[in-house]
Design a protein around this ligand. Structure first.
Ligand code: HEM
Length: 585
């Protein structure tokens, strides 16, 4: 009987092939997505139900955050991204369920391993393994540890911030040491200097002698690198980029490697194929640079007095994580810590100088001068971390900046590991229904989207620090309730047990930098670097929000040049931001 069937099929091979193709097509293109898929009731475009390829494509070309935001706009709070992945937004309940209740991380993170695929706290997927790591080091990163007079981080932040102020005076205010290195742009392949290949001639064509433009992006990245590497390895063993501008190329080298984020995290097998020789060389240089720093730290173990915390390296070693097993933690922190901090500071200084925000910059300077008086000279610095930390206006500027320009706007994917239901709203019938999400599904919130929920943050695209203050006629109760809601939607440092370990270091470092810089100086955009849209006095253009994207039509105006790159970790489109600094009256 079976033989007869086989013979029949072979004799009618064309018809058999046709029938098989139609059956397969029917199943793959119709039955699975609409009848059998457990995600069939999740709204979203047809193409995303069929395959992971569209999601991968948008991530590869740097249009994914825009795409997911648009999908939510069109389909609602819950959308399908691929046959096994959904995105949830628009309701803080999802932040609570996924991140605070701790769904484990998706394999996306596994590829943040370093030094021969050695695990670290950021890349660990399973909750219990992560908790084990966290217990080893968390006490070092608490706010009280960072602020403690016994630990060196406090004084180190003060010292490094002094160097930033000195740099701004030397290179911009007085013009004594112009920023020729960055003007030439030899290291940063996206910079104006690199692309013009004019040896930096575009810079300062009017031969001004003071208030020159400087590229603050590598300056802030150097601050963050110096602070975080000293934190991990000891003050004597960290990088010294602020003192040695000629060594700052390492920041651009990191930025080059970070461009491979898609291949590193989602297509690691094709990394070698996709990487240019320049990028491969960058990876080698970075690893050598890191290992050289770790060698110095191994040979020069700081002495720890009674009650003083160890460095991260020594703490890891004490707990049995040695060699590359420890270095993987350090390299991850150095990478994650320097880039994110520089991004926040660059966008913050950019926002503060836009004419629509002049009044914010003025108010900040007033707050600083009211609290600390006026500086007695360029070498007078604010050193009081506690007072800076408690400045209310500075605090809300930072908050608003981390909302609009969150350094990690990209989805933070987790895996559903327990029965879970989402609320799907049907716009046509105006009804909602609970849809069960199978265990194993990838689920994520998009910080970029959560920070732009219009009902919670009206005019959400706009940078408005005042939204964190009481509105006129708002009672204290109403104000508190509004701020509590706004906070529930914020995830600039993530949320839950996997939230940023270095948050306390980064926050006070950024506040100290901004407080010291604006206590002394105010800023303008460098007109040699970009066209200033706001000069046109166009009320729409001059206040238009900074977009997110992978390119800018002409890449000439301030807004174009400061476009947030559409990546898991964003950055200014050209990895540069040129500002001029003027001493305050
Ligand atoms: C403005 C600066 C920073 C921002 C905006 C930031 C943001 C974040 C975010 C959003 C996450 C969670 C990512 C996710 O779950 O997908 C994270 C995790 C992490 N960050 Fe940061 N970060 C900053 C600075 C730092 C610094 C300075 C360090 C190190 C000293 C650091 C170390 C870490 C680590 C180790 C994790 C993983 C924590 C865990 O899984 O337990 N970050 N950060």
């Amino acid at each position: 009987m079976l033989l007869d069937v086989i013979v029949y099929l072979l004799q009618h091979s064309l018809q058999t092939l046709f029938t098989l193709l139609v059956t397969f097509g029917l199943y793959f293109f119709v039955l699975y997505p609409f009848v059998f898929s457990p995600l069939r009731d999740i709204p979203g475009p047809y193409i995303h139900r069929l395959s992971k390829i569209p999601a991968l494509h948008y991530q590869r070309v740097g249009k994914w955050i825009r795409r997911v935001s648009d999908l939510h706009e069109k389909y609602g709070d819950v959308v399908i991204l691929s046959p096994t992945e959904i995105s949830v937004n628009g309701d803080s309940k999802y932040i609570n369920d996924i991140y605070i209740k701790n769904f484990p991380k998706s394999p996306f993170y596994e590829n943040f391993r370093n030094h021969g695929f050695k695990d670290n706290i950021f890349s660990s997927l399973e909750n219990d393994r992560h908790l084990g790591y966290k217990k080893l080091v968390m006490s070092l990163y608490s706010k009280s540890a960072v602020f403690s007079h016994k630990n060196p981080t406090r004084q180190n932040i003060v010292n490094k911030v002094r160097l930033v102020v000195d740099n701004i005076y030397q290179s911009s205010v007085t013009g004594n040491q112009p920023d020729y290195i960055n003007a030439k742009g030899e290291e940063n392949i996206h910079s104006k200097g690199f692309n013009l290949q004019d040896g930096g001639k575009w810079f300062n064509p009017s031969s001004k002698t003071k208030n020159l433009g400087i590229d603050v992006y590598p300056l802030f990245a150097s601050l963050a690198m110096d602070v975080v590497s000293a934190f991990e390895l000891g003050v004597e063993n960290g990088s010294n980029l602020l003192k040695h501008p000629e060594q700052r190329g390492i920041v651009a080298t990191h930025a080059l490697q970070a461009l491979m984020g898609f291949w590193t995290t989602l297509m690691p097998r094709f990394w070698n194929w996709a990487a240019s020789s320049r990028i491969k060389q960058a990876s080698v240089v970075i690893e050598e640079w890191q290992l050289a720093m770790y060698d110095v730290a191994e040979a020069n173990v700081p002495s720890f007095c009674e009650g003083q915390n160890m460095t991260t390296l020594e703490q890891l070693k004490k707990n049995g994580l040695t060699g590359k097993n420890a270095y993987s933690f350090l390299s991850d922190n150095i990478f994650a810590g320097h880039e994110t901090t520089a991004i926040q500071l660059a966008f913050l200084t950019f926002e503060l100088l836009r004419p629509c925000n002049f009044k914010v910059q003025r108010k900040l300077i007033e707050e600083l001068q009211k609290t600390f008086g006026k500086p007695k000279g360029p070498q007078d610095y604010i050193e009081d971390l506690e007072t800076v930390d408690s400045l209310p206006y500075l605090d809300l500027i930072m908050l608003e900046n981390s909302r609009v320009h969150t350094s990690i706007p990209g989805a933070e994917p987790r895996i559903v590991d327990r029965p879970y239901y989402v609320n799907v709203y049907n716009k046509d019938s105006k009804t909602s229904k609970q849809v069960g999400i199978p265990v194993g599904t990838t689920i994520s919130c998009l910080p970029y989207g959560m920070h732009r929920v219009e009902s919670v943050f009206p005019n959400s695209e706009h940078w408005i620090p005042e939204r964190w203050m009481p509105y006129e006629h708002e009672t204290p109760l109403e104000y508190n309730s509004r701020i509590t809601t706004q906070q529930k939607y914020m995830m600039p440092f993530g949320k839950g047990i996997r939230m940023c370990l270095g948050m306390n270091v980064a926050q006070i470092e950024m506040k100290m930098a901004i407080a010291n810089i604006y206590w002394h100086c105010n800023s303008k955009l460098c007109e040699d670097w970009c066209e200033i849209t706001s000069k046109e006095n166009d009320p729409v253009l001059s206040t238009s929000p900074v977009p997110i994207g992978n390119s800018a039509p002409k890449n000439k105006t301030d807004i174009e040049k400061m476009t947030m790159y559409d990546l898991y970790t964003t950055r200014p489109l050209n990895d540069e931001c040129w500002l001029e600094w003027y001493e305050n009256e």
